[in-house]
Ligand binder design. Structure first.
Ligand code: SF4
Length: 326
């Protein structure tokens, strides 16, 4: 953290560690999700499938138009992900090449971090995971391997495999979804795992010294300030290396959107989220890297909230508010 910052941001972490522009190359490895049925139905009530893809891999998302009611109940073209290994490798190679090209051109990227972002990046037999990770890592000189997953997809064998990639010049991070530490909320949003499952996965990774970023959502159904801060307090005690905070956003076509449309829940406004975030940042240990503070669902897919701060504005407000409350 530099002393002008009120919290340890991910951009500062990257700057401190690499000194030159370092960027994530997001890869969809063709994984599915154990929380979804084969036809793509089910899953977390806020998940519209496309949400876990990087922006530049969402080529088909125009088909999920805001104005097409029939799409509310039909799985997207990403369902039933039965790709062969050859097809998965071909896709991975293309995404890495195109992603790196884009990041070099747009941001002058010098260093690259390989990020298995889409769906559940450890949802496959270990042998298959090794083949996919090995292949992806062989495509370029990456500084980090980052895998996004769910607590119920972290076994000792998976954790050992991830650890096997850690080298002096290759760090390994796992992004682990918790969202809320309240089992009643996890059940209400159909997360398909408990707080205890999360803790077990967290400890498996922690025991091996792997770096962990925990995902949280502020404003889930049935949760207010008290419940959110209980989750933050719980995470503060675990001291993960990183935290990603999301404001509750409801994509069109999700089960949560149906609840919202029926008037069964409300969504925190930008200012409400701002107050949650500022309180949370004060509770988290200062060495925890804050990867994000809001969601960035594209407006044409977003059911609610329809008005929210832009990312930069929100960040400025956070800094401002924290500065004056010190
Ligand atoms: S675990 Fe992730 S990909 Fe699976 S349903 Fe939930 S949000 Fe969607």
């Amino acid at each position: 953290m530099n002393n002008k910052e009120m919290f340890f941001s991910y951009s500062t972490y990257l700057k401190n560690k690499y000194g030159k522009p370092a960027f994530r190359v997001s890869v969809d490895g063709g994984f599915s999700c154990p929380n979804r049925n084969n036809d793509g139905s089910g899953g977390c009530t806020y998940c519209d499938e496309l949400g876990s893809l990087a922006v530049y891999h969402r080529g088909q998302e125009a088909s999920i138009a805001h104005s097409l009611p029939e799409n509310l109940y039909h799985p997207s073209p990403f369902s039933g992900r039965g790709f062969s290994m050859a097809a998965r490798k071909e896709r991975i190679a293309r995404q890495i090449d195109e992603g790196m090209e884009f990041l070099k051109r747009r941001y002058g990227a010098v260093y690259f971090l390989l990020y298995f972002q889409a769906f559940t990046g450890t949802f496959a037999p270990v042998k298959q995971l090794r083949e996919l990770y090995d292949f992806a890592l062989s495509r370029a000189s990456f500084k980090e391997l980052i895998v996004s997953t769910r607590p119920d997809c972290v076994s000792p064998a998976v954790a050992d495999l991830l650890l096997s990639y850690r080298k002096p010049d290759l760090d390994v991070w796992v992004e682990l979804g918790l969202q809320s530490s309240h089992n009643s909320t996890l059940s209400r949003i159909n997360r398909g795992h408990s707080k205890e499952d999360f803790e077990k996965a967290f400890m498996l990774l922690r025991d091996r010294g792997l770096k962990i970023t925990v995902h949280l959502i502020f404003g889930l159904p049935g949760e207010g300030r008290k419940e959110i801060m209980e989750t933050v307090r719980y995470i503060a005690l675990l001291k993960p290396e990183g935290v990603k905070i999301h404001n509750l956003h409801i994509p069109v076509g999700t089960a949560l959107f149906t609840e919202y449309s029926m008037g069964e829940l409300t969504v925190p406004s930008g200012y409400r989220h701002l107050s949650y975030v500022c309180e949370a940042l004060k509770m988290l240990p200062p060495e925890v890297i804050i990867h994000r503070l809001t969601c960035d669902t594209p407006p044409h897919r977003l059911g609610a909230p329809r008005t929210f701060f832009k990312k930069g504005t929100f960040l400025a407000l956070v800094k401002d508010r924290m500065h004056y409350s010190h």
